[in-house]
Design a protein around this ligand. Structure first.
Ligand code: NAD
Length: 526
């Protein structure tokens, strides 16, 4: 495989000691807790140490957050909005150090770290601009027109728990917390053990933007240890991670009857039809499959290409993939960086080797690149994948895509929907045809002539998974109202909603039957 930007591994992973210690000091942990270390995927060097928190630390974090939340909820909404506006500006202004920390901890290309940062800034801007309209009390149609005044209110739930993964450790740590905070809640987060410093630097910037320190608590450690104590104490849980863990979380939230939102795994399809713009589709496919080394919940792992264009699209796509620039380090030159961990490398290697052993053909990539870094794997394109190969249906979560030749759009839609997942899908054709096909796809987001970013970055629209890919939505109205308790206050004037005193009940029923018929015909009554 040819990589244009291959560079020799270099030790670029040391963060300033003062920074690492300052960030570790933000974790809520009793003195003397054992420390746990995280290492850079670029070269295995130590990044730093954070406390290994316990259930007692979680209890303490929730207690502090709950106390701070009472005062925060009383603050005027414009004050809370102002924090988000300042956060937007701070993220952009201090991006260099945030990008360094994100890259060192994840091994991702700088452009992918930047996309995370931009996403967090855009989420802050969106909820700063819309929180007032989402949260303000809203007049609803009352039971008896003219006599019943009904108003919908939204109250903060209290303390929101956030459990976030390692793949987008910056934006997935803060972007779901921002709407919760502006709605008047406190947040306790447990970031993934591999990426605590990225979450911590993003949260430190929120404190710098004026968020009360106690309002956003961080605990670090293993999810299986801290998850249950967190769920036992918070008022709502926002989880992003695997479907397997999502099911465990859902059971625990169910037992406590608290709400939760779960953004889970995917096996996302892309459909390429003969009337697509070929050059644009090739470039879009590269980003859709290999952004963040494929460690992106909404990235494409299956591609259904119409027979009439297959023999033109596939060589162009494969040639472009072979030219992708892989590099280590903190520069802007890499199109694709490292995988994050040995576990990820093992899954990718196992899926590809299993497929190849059972007859799949490698068109590009197909091997690790230890010469670049211990956890690099080439962007890989496979053909001839079928049932019985692990990667046909299981999420790889790495830089691997399987290509399938299909007769027409109907076959592509049928195969795209033949999965337990339903997170994201992508369709490449004319705009109007793409829109018509999109609504037939069982996926929470569908991008027409884009891989994933158009729907994801449309922050005003809901984002989340159908089927095994999730419960609930982030972004848009759903993304903030889920952190609130809806309350209806109804004021009744003059007449009761029921029989008038002394009215015979049968007569009451007749009057109401007649009234119901009139109401149905009255245009402004819903
Ligand atoms: P994971 O489920 O193993 O871990 C995610 C988080 O859950 C981590 O913070 C982890 O510490 C915690 N956790 C693990 N076990 C737990 C338990 N028993 N109780 C409570 N918390 C626990 O997922 P992962 O492998 O780290 O992340 C990759 C997965 O996340 C992929 O499946 C990917 O598709 C999915 N993901 C989904 C989205 C989305 O928006 N839908 C975004 C990113 C990642």
């Amino acid at each position: 495989m040819t990589t244009t930007l291959d560079t020799a591994p270099e030790r670029t992973t040391l963060l300033p000691t003062g920074l690492v210690e300052r960030l570790a000091g933000l974790v809520t942990a009793a003195d003397g807790r054992p420390r746990q270390q995280s290492f850079s995927p670029f070269d295995g060097a130590l990044v730093g140490e954070v406390p290994t928190c316990t259930a007692d630390d979680v209890e303490q974090a929730v207690r502090r957050a709950r106390t701070a939340q009472r005062e925060w909820a009383q603050r005027p909404l414009p004050d809370r909005v102002a924090v988000l506006r300042r956060y937007h500006d701070l993220l952009l202004a201090r991006q260099q150090q945030v990008l360094d920390v994100t890259q060192v901890e994840t091994g991702k290309a700088r452009v992918n770290a930047f996309e995370e940062l931009l996403d967090a800034a855009m989420t802050a801007r969106y909820y700063a601009s819309t929180a007032v309209s989402h949260l303000r009390p809203t007049r609803r149609q009352g039971a008896v027109p003219g006599l019943t005044k009904a108003v919908e209110h939204h109250h903060p739930r209290g303390v929101i728990g956030v459990i976030s993964p390692w793949n987008y450790p910056l934006t997935l740590a803060v972007s779901d917390a921002l709407p919760a905070l502006v709605a008047g809640n406190a947040v306790v987060i447990k970031p993934d053990a591999q990426t605590p410093f990225t979450a911590l630097i993003a949260i430190e910037l929120l404190y710098d933007a004026g968020l009360p320190r106690e309002l956003f608590q961080v605990v670090t450690g293993a999810g299986r240890v801290l998850g249950t104590p967190m769920i036992e104490r918070v008022d709502y849980l926002m989880f992003t991670g695997s479907t397997q863990t999502g099911r465990l979380i859902a059971e625990q939230c169910g037992r406590r009857l608290i709400g939760f939102s779960a953004e889970l795994g995917g096996k996302n399809p892309m459909i390429v039809l003969a009337d697509c713009d070929l050059d644009r589709t090739v470039e879009g496919a590269v980003r859709a499959c290999f952004s963040n080394s494929g460690q992106l919940c909404i990235s494409v792992e299956r591609m259904y290409v119409e027979d009439a264009v297959y023999d033109r699209f596939v060589p162009a796509f494969v040639e472009r993939v072979k030219r992708m620039g892989l590099a280590t380090g903190l520069g802007w030159d890499a199109e694709m960086g490292s995988l994050i961990s040995q576990d990820q490398l093992d899954v990718v290697t196992r899926h590809v080797d299993d497929a190849v052993a059972k007859g799949a053909r490698v068109l590009a990539g197909g091997r690790p690149r230890p010469d670049l870094g211990p956890l690099f794997y080439e962007p890989t394109v496979l053909e001839g994948v079928d049932e019985g190969m692990e990667l046909m249906r299981d999420e790889t979560f790495g830089p691997v895509v399987a290509l399938y030749r299909v007769e027409d759009a109907e076959a592509a839609v049928r195969l795209a929907n033949d999965t337990c997942y339903g997170l994201n899908a992508s369709v490449w054709t004319t705009a109007s045809r793409g829109e018509a096909l999109a609504v037939r796809l069982q996926a929470g987001t569908v991008n027409v002539n884009e891989g994933y970013a158009a729907a994801w970055a449309s922050h005003d629209a809901p984002m989340g998974g159908m089927k095994d890919s999730g419960v609930g939505r982030r972004h848009g109205r759903e993304g903030i109202l889920k952190y609130t308790e809806a309350q209806t206050v109804a004021v009744q004037r003059l007449l009761p909603v029921g029989p008038m005193p002394g009215m015979p009940l049968e007569r009451y029923a007749k009057v109401m039957t007649a009234a119901a018929k009139v109401l149905k015909k009255t245009p402004f009554v819903q």
